[in-house]
Design a protein around this ligand. Structure first.
Ligand SMILES: *Cc1c(COP(=O)(O)O)cnc(C)c1O
Length: 387
C-alpha cells in the first residue's frame, strides 16, 4: 500500500476567486437576501436552458422546490404520487408534507431510473402525478413517462437534482414540457450555491403560485417593495406560504458557477470516460452511458460489483477507505428506510432491481477538481482489490 496520501473524498465543490468576488459584491451592496443577484441568476439559468418561455424561480433547496411544485399542482390528502424507490428521501417526503401518499416503484436494472411499465401498473384512480429522478445524471425514459402522463391525465414533476445538464432525445432536462422541473445546488451537485435549487416551468399560473408560496404567501417580494414607487410597507398575504427564497449571497455563487458549468461538464465527461476504459476488465457493472447523441451530467459514477467479484460491497468500501479513498452509496433505497418501509409495508422482494443494485453498488470519486493523478489512485486501488 502506498505511503500516507491525503484523503480523497468522493465529492468536493470547485469554488474560486470569482465566486468570492461575486459574494463580496453582494455583501458590499448591502442587499444580501433575495434581490438583484437572484433575479440575474434566474435569468441566466433560463438563458442556459435556452428556452425563452421558461419561468425560473430560485429557491433555497431542491426539496423546497419540489414541495412548491406539488403544492402548486394541488396535490393533497387522498392523492397518490408515483416515484422511484431508488432516490433520496427528499423526492418522496414532499408528497407527505402535503398529506398525499407515495407509491414507490422499482427501477430499470440498467439505467437505475424509474421503469415506465411499473409506473403504468401502479396507476390507480387516486394517482395525480409522477416524479421521475434522472439518476446519477442520466435521463429517465421521459418520452414514455410523458406519454403515460398524457394518457392518464397525470402531472409530471421531474426531480432533476442530478441532471444539470442532461438531455433526453436531444432536449435539455427542464425544457421537455413536464409541469415542473427542479434542480439542486447542494454542495455535491454538478454546480453549487452551498444550498439552493431552481424551479423551472412553462406554466405561468404554476409559476405565479410558486412565486407567492416561496415567500410567505405574500404577493410582493421584499426587493419589489424596496424598488417600488407605491408604499414599500404595503403587502397582502394571500395564502399561508413558506420561506423558501434564495439569498443574493447564494445567488452570487450560482451566477459564477453557471458560467463554469460547460467546463465542469466536460471534465466530468472526461473522468467518466477514463473510468469506463480503465475499469472495463474488472468484475464490475459500469454505469450506463447516455443514448447516442445525448448528454449524461455524470453527477455520480456508480459502479456495481459483478457476481464474479471476490469481495462484498462493504469489503470494497473498507478497502478503498483503507487506501484513503472516499466513497458513498446512492442510495439506501426508500423501501429499506424505516419510515417508508413501515408506512407502506414494503419489502426488498417488491423492488428486486433497486435492491440488488443497492447491495452491490459504490459511488466512487468523481468531481471536477480531482486530478488525473487522483483518479489514477482510485483506478489502481480498484485493480488491486478486484483484479
Ligand atoms: C440532492 C437531492 C435532492 C435534494 O436537494 P436539496 O437541494 O439538498 O434539497 C433531491 N433529490 C435528489 C435525487 C437529490 O440527489
Amino acid at each position: 500500500m502506498p505511503a500516507e496520501q491525503p484523503f480523497l473524498p468522493f465529492a468536493l465543490p470547485e469554488l474560486g476567486d470569482e465566486e468570492l468576488a461575486e459574494i463580496a459584491s453582494a455583501l458590499k451592496s448591502g442587499w444580501v437576501t433575495t434581490g438583484p443577484k437572484t433575479k440575474r441568476f434566474e435569468a441566466a439559468f433560463a438563458a442556459f436552458l435556452g428556452d425563452a418561455q421558461l419561468h425560473c424561480l430560485a429557491v433555497n433547496s431542491a426539496t423546497a422546490g419540489l414541495h412548491l411544485a406539488l403544492e402548486a399542482l394541488g396535490i393533497g390528502p387522498g392523492d397518490e404520487v408515483i416515484t422511484t424507490t431508488h432516490t433520496f428521501t427528499a423526492t418522496a417526503e414532499v408528497v407527505r408534507y402535503l398529506g398525499a401518499d407515495v407509491v414507490l416503484v422499482d427501477v430499470d436494472p440498467v439505467t437505475l431510473c424509474i421503469d415506465p411499465r411499473l409506473v403504468e401498473a401502479a396507476i390507480t384512480p387516486r394517482t395525480k402525478a409522477i416524479m421521475p429522478v434522472h439518476y446519477a445524471g442520466l435521463a429517465a425514459d421521459m418520452p414514455a413517462l410523458l406519454a403515460l402522463a398524457q394518457a392518464y391525465n397525470l402531472k409530471v414533476v421531474e426531480d432533476a437534482a442530478h441532471a444539470l445538464p442532461t438531455t433526453s432525445a436531444g432536449q435539455l432536462i427542464g425544457t421537455l414540457g413536464s409541469d415542473v422541473t427542479v434542480f439542486s445546488f447542494y454542495a455535491n451537485k454538478t454546480m453549487t450555491t452551498g444550498e439552493g435549487g431552481m424551479v423551472v416551468t412553462r406554466d405561468s399560473a404554476l409559476a405565479g403560485r410558486m412565486k407567492v408560496m416561496r415567500l410567505h404567501g405574500i404577493n410582493r417580494d421584499a426587493f419589489d417593495r424596496f424598488q417600488s414607487k407605491t408604499p414599500a410597507w404595503y403587502y397582502e398575504v394571500v395564502a399561508p406560504g413558506f420561506k423558501y427564497n434564495l439569498t443574493d449571497i447564494a445567488a452570487a455563487i450560482g451566477l459564477v458557477q453557471l458560467t463554469k458549468l460547460p467546463r465542469f461538464l466536460e471534465r466530468r465527461q472526461y473522468l467518466a470516460a477514463r473510468y469506463h476504459e480503465a475499469l472495463a476488465s474488472l468484475p464490475l457493472i459500469l454505469p450506463a452511458g447516455p443514448p447516442a447523441g445525448d448528454v449524461h451530467a455524470w453527477h455520480l459514477y456508480v459502479i456495481r460489483l459483478a457476481s464474479s467479484a471476490k469481495v462484498t460491497r462493504d469489503e470494497l468500501v473498507r478497502a478503498l477507505s483503507d487506501r484513503g479513498i472516499g466513497t458513498s452509496v446512492h442510495y439506501v433505497p426508500l423501501h429499506r428506510q424505516p419510515y417508508w418501509r413501515d408506512r407502506y409495508e414494503l419489502t426488498s422482494a417488491m423492488f428486486p432491481h433497486s435492491d440488488a443494485a443497492y447491495q452491490s453498488m459504490v459511488s466512487i470519486p468523481l468531481f471536477t477538481a480531482m486530478t488525473d493523478a487522483d483518479q489514477d489512485r482510485v483506478i489502481a486501488a480498484l485493480r488491486e482489490v478486484l483484479g
